[in-house]
Every structure is written in C-alpha cells, then in structure tokens.
Design a binder for this molecule. Sequence first.
Ligand code: G6P
Length: 366
Amino acid sequence: ESYERGEHRHFMIKEIREQPAAVARALTGRLDTRFHTAHLGGLNLDPREARAVRRVKIIGCGSAYYAGQIGAQLIEELTRIPADAEPASEFRYRNPVVSPDTLYVAVSQSGETYDTLTAVQELQRKGGRVLGLVNVVGSAIARQCDGGIYLHAGPEQSVASTKAYTSMTVAFALLALYLGRIRDLSPDAGRRIANGLKALPGQIERILAQEDRIKEVAGALAEYRSAFFVGRVRGYPVAREGAQKLKEISYIHAEAYPGSELKHGPLALICPERPTVAIVPDDELLAKNLTTLGEIRARHGRILAVAHTAPGPALADDVILVPKNEPELDPILLSVPLQLLAYHAALALGHDIDKPRNLAKSVTVE
Ligand code: G6P
C-alpha cells in the first residue's frame, strides 16, 4: 500500500494531486478543434437520435449524484434540454415514468454500485436508453449500459471520491458540448467551452499550489462540531459535495443549502459556533451571494468564502481564491479546494482518512 501511495501520506491526497493529469486524460482525443465540439466514440447515439432527446435524467449515488447535479446544469445550460439528477436509490423505488425521448445517464466511479446498477436494469426493462459515465472499464454498470463515456481517471482507492468526481463533471461537460453542438449551441460558444476545458488542468494546479493556505483554514474549521455550506444554482451542488466530503472523513456535521433558502430555515442555526463555507463565484448571482454573506455575518456566523474575488473583510473571515474559467465550468474548479479543506480538517483531527468509519468505497449490496 505504501508503495502505491508513493510519497503521499494517504491515497486521498495522492488522488487530489492527480487531478490535473486525470482531467487531461478525460479530455485526450475528445475535443474537436475544427467544429468546436466533443468526440465521444462510445456514446452509441447517432446525431439524429441525440437530436430527438427531450429530457435528460441523471442517476448516481453519493458523490456521483452530486457530480450528476453539476452535469444536469451543464447540459441544460448548453443544450437547453431540461435535465435533472436524482439519487439512483430513490429513483428505483418510486416507479418512475420511463419515456423513450428521455436520455438516461448513470454515473459511477466503480461501476458496481448496486442501487445504480439495478436502476439501470429497471430503466432498460421499461425501454429506457441509458448511457454510463463510469471509471472502471468493464465494470457491471459499464457493461449494462447502452453506451457511454469512460472517465479514464485511473484507479481510485480512497473511499472519499476526488479525482473520479472531478472527471465525472468533465465528462458531463463533454457530453453537454456534444449535445449542444448538434442542436443550437453556436460554434463560438462551443469554442469558448472547449477552450475552458483545456484550461482546467493548469487551473487545478494553481488551486493545488494553495494547499498550505487551505491547510491553515482547515485547521480552524476542525475546531467546530458543525458547519454549513451554502451556494446558489451552480454553486449549490458544489456546496453539497463539499459538505459530503467534510462529513465523510472529518465527521464534522455539515449541511448544505441553497443561499436563497437561508431565510426559510437555516438562519435559525447561524451563530458563532457554526461557521459557513460559502461558494461565491463571480457570476450573475454574485450580488445575491454577497447579500447572503451579510445576513450570516449579521448573526455573527464565521464565513470562509471560496470565491473568484475576495468579498472583503466585512463579509468573510477567510477566503480561498479560485481561478475563473467559463461560468458553466466554474463548479468543476470550485469543488477542488473543498476536497483539500476536508482532507486537512480530517488530518488535523487525526482520523483514518482513506478508510472512514462505516463507509465502503463501493456499495455492492442493497
Ligand atoms: C459509496 C462511496 C461514495 C461514492 C458512492 C458511489 O457510498 O462511499 O464515495 O460516491 O458509493 O460510488 P460509485 O462507485 O457508484 O461512484
């Protein structure tokens, strides 16, 4: 084990640091610089079939589900096809309507998650067409699906998913680009997204270079028993995955909610004992997010902003700055510092990071 981890203390940090290479691999050979689209050889979906898609439904569990939420937003934004994500386990128990003009996408690192696999089988029994976004080649879900995209993230050992999660979001961006460019996404918009994708590995390097600074704020976060994560629209699944990571390995209670929901409940719990990690991209919702920070500060809640530009000391106690990409792709980058935050909080608390209590890397039973 120690050989495979090399100089890294845990698989999790090794895999976090492997992300620039993992993302570069996910993109290799898949960007078409002439038509500003994506080449996805394994989709098994010809352009005519792809143009007939009226809805996209994404299913997965845990971090794969949160990556699916980012994917749904990317697809809806770039293709204008309504898209949403749902936990695979919930989906298969509620006897969902399965329709022939919906494209179903199952997301899984291992390709063995029982709930996701059985949801795929149920979909296919009812005539649904299912694509797989899967990391492990030849796994049960990869074999079961009608086509798909391999993530090529490389082996992931840590129970807490990092590089596979990031590669999932990149694969969704490629799928959205492909579907968008055979519908009404313009060549210019396609070029903008393709260039944004190409910039990701270098930008992830720049986030990783801030590890010492993130370690410092993680040490401060580790002093608390409970934390909130808040984000709006594109930032909301980022907040959910950030809370998930913190829970999984540091055992600090963490809850994510959309910024707009603050006044509908969570505000009752804002106090100096419960810090908030706020996702604050420099997008069209910046002003609204800053208002949320003000509301939290007015209740004396501490704030760590994960942002493109510092909100200023009046609104945030700490800031982690993240390089800006295209707005649709920003969630991919905003997630990365939250992995380091969870890792270093768990390290400060002395937990068994690669094997968190009660959790398994892959849940192959019901
Ligand atoms: C388990 C792991 C999670 C993971 C989920 C889905 O619950 O603890 O980290 O996100 O399974 O796994 P998959 O292999 O389907 O992506």
